[in-house]
Structure formats: structure tokens, C-alpha cells
Design a protein around this ligand. Structure first.
Ligand code: AMP
Length: 548
């Protein structure tokens, strides 16, 4: 027997339709590439997204065609989010921090039909335009007055505002099956070619509902959200969908990601919730600290993408009254999998006990299930001790990469449903809080036992002289691998190897202490700001430890 409720597909267009009807006057504020602050509303965004859809139809873009963007967080990018996906085409957000060769590779792999870009990326566009195989239309996201002076270098270059001005916005969003592809994002891919993750309307809407929950990003209509996390990296963790769904005000920082620019927007717009990777917060906190400032409206900051050092969680809370929501996920997971929100027993705990909960990667958000398995594939207990490969599943988790790259990635299960192997190594507490201890591709195994490089990095990062620290496995004749700590000092700061090693005393099991410390001028960062430990491993492949 079937239930008798309405059959209404979960489509991305429904989010902006809802915002237009129920939160039409709510503001979307953007720092533009043009240099000014731009203000619009959900009503206007909805109207212009329909104009985008009309313009795409005129350009010959059909259902399922890929339309690429190379753009910052801004209102025009948001109009494309809805205009492209809403019309049934696939929004391919390209990471502009990739090398031009990689951009050409993914544009060809995705078979992009059109590429919309912010003016910042005009030099990049010129580097790739003659090399891509399928892109027919190049669109500068500006008005005619701001087109590049040398626009003639790219014959046929289109102007975004001209395209929209030619449309009347009288367009009805098409209805189609909710499993239709909506957007495409390539993984940052530190090894080999990037792989495409193809989201659907259904997966996106379900992820958005879960992301907004109080124990996740916790956003409601009275909030003001500023995603620092870029719209070109896993759809800014869903925030550009979540804000219209909830009626929250949205503030888009454009290219201004330095501490000063972000702080000014936080204060002038009354931002209450934000989200980003730890590196960004380091810049913001350094600026706020150096200038003796406070956050007057911020109450929540979601941090993820790489492990958030506990020292940062403590600083946000103790010095600024901002609660960090430490979250974990992946491009392949839309991205949210877990968030470190309290359970009822934590409410009355001491500050130190609560900090320990906040520092975990968190517990599973409804929709995501997880388990850890040993080398034999058998599930390990949730005892806070056993560490194993972390597997996940759920309706917003990838089942195959775009065009089946790499074949079937899933680990089969007796119940017929597969599990996605995250490549992360984790333990899970009896209360269900997951703690990433390492990555399987990036793990330190000493005498057959795991050593958590992230724990070691967190401790090192809490030292006042350390700007950035990476812990990698170095070869050891007896133990196979031992930890080597690679440290970048803060400008002008001094610390010795002995000081740093002493700093670990009492904080970890003695045998976890790194065997050596090397100081470097810079730690290589990937396109999304993460430490590229594979590069460091290459650099120190032949390194001889003093203990060896
Ligand atoms: P990406 O697909 O680029 O978002 O990278 C996903 C990977 O980043 C995960 O598999 C983890 O290895 C890492 N990651 C994401 N969030 C966290 C976190 N909170 N703590 C530690 N690692 C994280």
C-alpha cells in the first residue's frame, strides 16, 4: 500500500521559489570584484536566476549540459547556482586555485558547454580558452562598462549583464525527476587527475535540510550567514542552498578573504554564523588579536575541511564567546558527515570536558551512517580506542565518480548496500563521536601501531612560536615508520627542537613523541588551503632520523 501524500520532486529550484515567496525581502550582500559592496534580495536573485535560465536556453544549453563557473562567493555566482541547476543543466564549479593544465583537463572531462567567470580570473581564462575542447561560450560576470580592456583577445566574449538584460524573467522552472544531476565538483586531487563528484537535486535538497539542523550549522531566519568556504569547493558546504531555505540573510565575501576584509563584513552586516577551513580563521583571529577587536554578533563558526586545532576552539570560545562547530566531511559527501554538537550529558560537564567533545570531528548527522573497519574489513568497536578505516553511506554520499573514473569505489556489504571508503582513519567513542586519527594514504604506523599525526600537529600548533606544523612518517629500521615533525615558525619567533619536543611531554603517550623536528620556510598548501603532506613526504623520503 502506498502513502497518499503529494508526489513532489525535491528540486533545487524549490529553494529559491520558497525564498522568493516567504523571505523575498531578505538581503544578500556581496563584496564584488569591482570593489564595492552590492546589496540585493532573494526576490531579485530569483528573478535574475530565471533570466539566467532563459539566457542559457538561448545559448543552446540543454538538460544535462555542463555549465562551468570560475567565480568567488557572490550574488551573480548564486544566480548561476539556481539558474543553471534549476533549468536542468549541471553547474560545474571549477576551483580557480588549480593549475591551468588541470582546469583544461577537468573542463574537457566535464565537457563544459559554457564558462562563466569573475574578472579576477580573466588572465586564467586567457590561459585556458584556446585549449579547451567543448566550451562554446565564455561569459564575463560583469556589466559592459567593466569588460576587460583587452576583451577582443577572446572573440565572442559575452557580457553577463547584457545576457540577462535581454531576458524578461517570465520563465517557469521545469519539473523533472529528483535524481537528475544538478552540479559537479572535482576533488582537489593531490595525486593523479581530479575526479568528478556529480550531485543530484535530491541529494542536494536532503543535504541542505540536514545541514541547517540545530546540531549542525544551526541556521534559522533570524541568522546572518557568511560562508568563507568557497562556492567552488563543495558548494560552500551547502550554505548557498541553506540560507534561502531558512530565510537567513546571506553575506558573500567575494575575493576579500584576508582577516581585515572578513572582519569588516562580519561587523558591518551583523554576521551570526560562518563557516570555513582552519587556515582562514587563523588569518582572521590574527587580525582581531593584533587590533584588540571583538566580534559583536558572531555566535557560531563551523570549522572543517581539515582538523581544527583545539587551541583554536578554545580561543574562539574563551576570548570571543564564539562556539566552534567542528565538522567533518568530503567532496564525495556533499560534504557534511559529522558535526561536534553536544549531547545532553555534556551540558553539565566542565569546560575542559566540553572542549574535548568540541575537538572531535563530531557525531553522524541524520542521513549519514559510519563505521570503522580493521585491515580484515571487520567492523571495529566504538570504544574510543580502536582505530580503523572510516566508511560511510547515505543519500548524499557518492556511489561512483563521474564517468565511472576509477570503477566502483564502494566496499560491498552483506546487506547489498555498499560503503564509501573515506581514506580517513578514525576511532569512535562509545557516545558516537568520531575522531580522525589519520588518513590511510598518509598514516604513521610504528611497530604495527597507529600514531595520529593530526594529534601531534594539533599539539605543535598550540605552541606560540609555531605557524604551521605537519607530521609525516619517516623510515625507521626498527619501527618501520616514526613521526617526523616539519615546522614553519611564526615570523620573528624562535623555538628549538628541544623546546618543541618538551612541549609534547605529558600530552601524549611517550612513544608517540616525534623522533625529530625540522624547520622549513614554508609548508606546501594545496588548492583548497590544505597541507600537501605528500609533497613533504617526497621531500623527506631519504631523511635519516637521529634515532635510526
Ligand atoms: P575535501 O574533499 O577536499 O573536502 O577533503 C576531504 C578530506 O578532508 C577528508 O577526507 C578528511 O581527510 C579531511 N577533513 C575534512 N574535515 C576534516 C576535519 N574536521 N578533521 C580532519 N580532517 C578533515
Amino acid at each position: 500500500m502506498y502513502g497518499q501524500m503529494m508526489q513532489q520532486p525535491l528540486l533545487i529550484s524549490s529553494l529559491i521559489v520558497h525564498a522568493e515567496r516567504h523571505h523575498g525581502d531578505r538581503e544578500v550582500v556581496s563584496r564584488r570584484v569591482e570593489g564595492d559592496i552590492h546589496r540585493t534580495t532573494y526576490k531579485q536573485i530569483a528573478q535574475r536566476a530565471r533570466q539566467v535560465a532563459q539566457a542559457l536556453a538561448n545559448l543552446g544549453v540543454c538538460l544535462g549540459d555542463r555549465v562551468a563557473t570560475l567565480a568567488w562567493n557572490g550574488y551573480r555566482h548564486m544566480e548561476l547556482y539556481y539558474g543553471v541547476s534549476g533549468s536542468g543543466a549541471v553547474l560545474h564549479t571549477v576551483n580557480p586555485r588549480l593549475h591551468p593544465d588541470q582546469i583544461v583537463y577537468i573542463a574537457d572531462h566535464a565537457e563544459d558547454q559554457a564558462m562563466f567567470f569573475d574578472l579576477t580570473f580573466w588572465p586564467l581564462i586567457q590561459a585556458v580558452a584556446g585549449r579547451t575542447k567543448t566550451v562554446k561560450h565564455w561569459v564575463a560576470m560583469c556589466d559592459r562598462a567593466h569588460l576587460p580592456a583587452d576583451a577582443a583577445k577572446l572573440p565572442g566574449l559575452l557580457c553577463y549583464e547584457d545576457l540577462l538584460a535581454a531576458q524578461d524573467g517570465r520563465y517557469a522552472w521545469p519539473e523533472f525527476e529528483e535524481n537528475t544531476a544538478s552540479s559537479l565538483c572535482y576533488t582537489s586531487g593531490t595525486t593523479g587527475n581530479p575526479k568528478g563528484v556529480l550531485y543530484s537535486h535530491r541529494s542536494t535538497v536532503l543535504h541542505t535540510l540536514a545541514a541547517a539542523l540545530p546540531d549542525c550549522l544551526g541556521v534559522g531566519a533570524t541568522d546572518c550567514v557568511l560562508p568563507v568556504v568557497p562556492m567552488f569547493h563543495v558548494n560552500s558546504w551547502g550554505i548557498v542552498y541553506l540560507a534561502p531555505m531558512t530565510g537567513a540573510k546571506l553575506v558573500l565575501p567575494g575575493p576579500g578573504l584576508d582577516g581585515k576584509s572578513l572582519y569588516e563584513l562580519f561587523e558591518s552586516e551583523g554576521v551570526t554564523v560562518s563557516a570555513g577551513v582552519p587556515t582562514v580563521w587563523q588569518g582572521l583571529l590574527a587580525y582581531v588579536d593584533a587590533n584588540g577587536l571583538k566580534f559583536s554578533t558572531m555566535r557560531r563558526s563551523a570549522i572543517g575541511g581539515s582538523a581544527c586545532p583545539p587551541a583554536m576552539i578554545r580561543k574562539f570560545l574563551d576570548d570571543y564567546g564564539v562556539r566552534v562547530i567542528h565538522a567533518w566531511g568530503m567532496t564525495e559527501m556533499s560534504p557534511i558527515g559529522t558535526a561536534a554538537a553536544f549531547k545532553v550529558q555534556h551540558v553539565t560537564q566542565t569546560a575542559e570536558q566540553r572542549l574535548a567533545v568540541m575537538a572531535t570531528q563530531g557525531r553522524a548527522v541524520y542521513g549519514v551512517d559510519m563505521k570503522i573497519v580493521g585491515e580484515d574489513g571487520k567492523e571495529l568497536p566504538w570504544d574510543g580506542q580502536a582505530s580503523g578505516d572510516l566508511l560511510v553511506r547515505g543519500p548524499w554520499i557518492l556511489s561512483r565518480y563521474f564517468k565511472d573514473e576509477g570503477g566502483n569505489p564502494l566496499v560491498p556489504d552483506a546487506d547489498g548496500h555498499g560503503w564509501f571508503p573515506t581514506g580517513d582513519v578514525a576511532k569512535i567513542s562509545p557516545e558516537g563521536y568520531m575522531i580522525i586519527t589519520d588518513r590511510s594514504k598518509d598514516v604513521i604506523k610504528s611497530g604495527g601501531e597507529w600514531i595520529g599525526s593530526i594529534d601531534l600537529e594539533n599539539i605543535a600548533m598550540a605552541h606560540p612560536a609555531v605557524a604551521m606544523a605537519a607530521c609525516i612518517a619517516a623510515k625507521h629500521p626498527k619501527w618501520d615508520e616514526r613521526p617526523l615533525l616539519v615546522v614553519m615558525k611564526k615570523p620573528g619567533a624562535e623555538v628549538t627542537k628541544e623546546d618543541l619536543l618538551a612541549f609534547f611531554e605529558g600530552k601524549i603517550a611517550k612513544w608517540w613523541t616525534p623522533d625529530d623536528v625540522v624547520f622549513v620556510d614554508a609548508i606546501p598548501l594545496g588548492a583548497t588551503g590544505k597541507m600537501q603532506k605528500n609533497k613533504l613526504r617526497d621531500q623527506f623520503r631519504e631523511y635519516t632520523l637521529p634515532t635510526a
